[in-house]
Design a protein around this ligand. Structure first.
Ligand SMILES: NC(=O)c1ccc[n+]([C@@H]2O[C@H](COP(=O)([O-])OP(=O)(O)OC[C@H]3O[C@@H](n4cnc5c(N)ncnc54)[C@H](OP(=O)(O)O)[C@@H]3O)[C@@H](O)[C@H]2O)c1
Length: 280
């Protein structure tokens, strides 16, 4: 079934992948529609739209620990989701909202959709609040994802650039999870919408082994033709020693993919996706 989609936060990593997947869809970034402005959201011309995908967010995890960042993160990640939820409820649109592994403290080895919230830092708390706001929309999909890689500044690009500059980095070895390519995230959203899946929360990351950031960095070095031995591991505590204003990170970020798999969607293995990303 074709959907009339509107993409909010269209210039971010996920927004870019969604615009590629849905070239016909209407879209806006903050310049055209600032979702923190309730009046703008409520008075926007939503005619003909049946699904709003919210790819907008304040994603600077450490920035959210500052005085200004705290306000911005709450405005974009929580209050603005309330505005979108109200507009979607009023104009009978479905809301697709993107959530995060950060809504959990990372004490469980894998996280199912039913685990209770336990966010650690400010960004994490705002994302949990956003989930609650989104869940009040009669038709909602909340996609929980982790370690997003797409067209933008991200970990894989940083490691590739360090490798090329001859830098031998220390990378955190006690945070474990799976990277998620925006292409797979966008395809998973399309799958849920086109197959009229039940509304609710779905975990969605790439599939495969759960590994640390250090292991991913080593893979990036190898795949780019550099010696992975140049990457060394450090604990999160060692990595941030002497630095202030750092948000706490969950140590276990692996999201259980059983629910979305049952709908018939299988995301690519993250290593296969990483190889393709680095050769693109
Ligand atoms: N990145 C990760 O590792 C990660 C992990 C788990 C979950 N997630 C979630 O995945 C989703 C997509 O993340 P991403 O990496 O694609 O984010 P991103 O690249 O940071 O993009 C977010 C976009 O939202 C826009 N935006 C910010 N404030 C806005 C506002 N008030 N109104 C409208 N647009 C606004 C930003 O514009 P400006 O750039 O101009 O501010 C940017 O284009 C987010 O919900 C994020 O929380 C991300």
């Amino acid at each position: 079934m074709s959907k009339n989609i509107f993409i909010v936060g269209a210039n971010g990593q996920l927004g870019t992948a969604l615009r590629e997947l849905y070239p016909e869809a209407a879209s806006a970034d903050v310049d055209e529609l600032d979702i923190t402005n309730e009046a703008s959201v409520m008075s926007y011309n939503w005619s003909g739209i049946d699904t709003v995908i919210n790819a907008a967010a304040y994603t600077n995890v450490d920035g959210a620990e500052t005085t200004e960042g705290r306000r911005a993160a709450w405005a974009v990640n929580a209050a603005a989701v309330g505005h979108l939820s109200r507009a979607c409820s009023q104009y009978d649109m479905a809301l697709v909202h993107i959530s995060s592994d950060y809504v959990f403290d990372g004490m469980q080895e894998t996280h199912t959709e039913t685990e209770a919230f336990s966010p650690l830092g400010v960004y994490a708390q705002t994302k949990a609040a956003g989930d609650i706001a989104a869940s009040l929309t009669p038709k909602h999909f909340i996609l929980r994802t982790s370690w997003v890689i797409g067209d933008g500044n991200n970990f894989v690009r940083t490691m590739k650039s360090l490798a090329e500059k001859g830098i031998d980095p220390s990378v955190v070895n006690d945070q474990v999870g799976r990277i998620t390519f925006t292409r797979d995230l966008a395809l998973g959203i399309q799958h849920l919408l086109e197959n009229d899946a039940s509304t609710g929360i779905y975990n969605l990351t790439n599939e495969g082994e759960s590994v640390s950031w250090e292991m991913i960095a080593k893979d990036v070095y190898s795949l780019c033709g550099h010696d992975p031995g140049r990457v060394s591991g450090v604990t999160t505590e060692q990595y941030y020693e002497g630095k202030s204003g750092i948000a706490p990170r969950p140590l276990q970020s692996t999201l259980d993919l059983a629910k979305i798999s049952k709908t018939g969607f299988t995301p690519r293995n993250w290593r296969t996706a990483l190889e393709e990303y680095l050769t693109e």
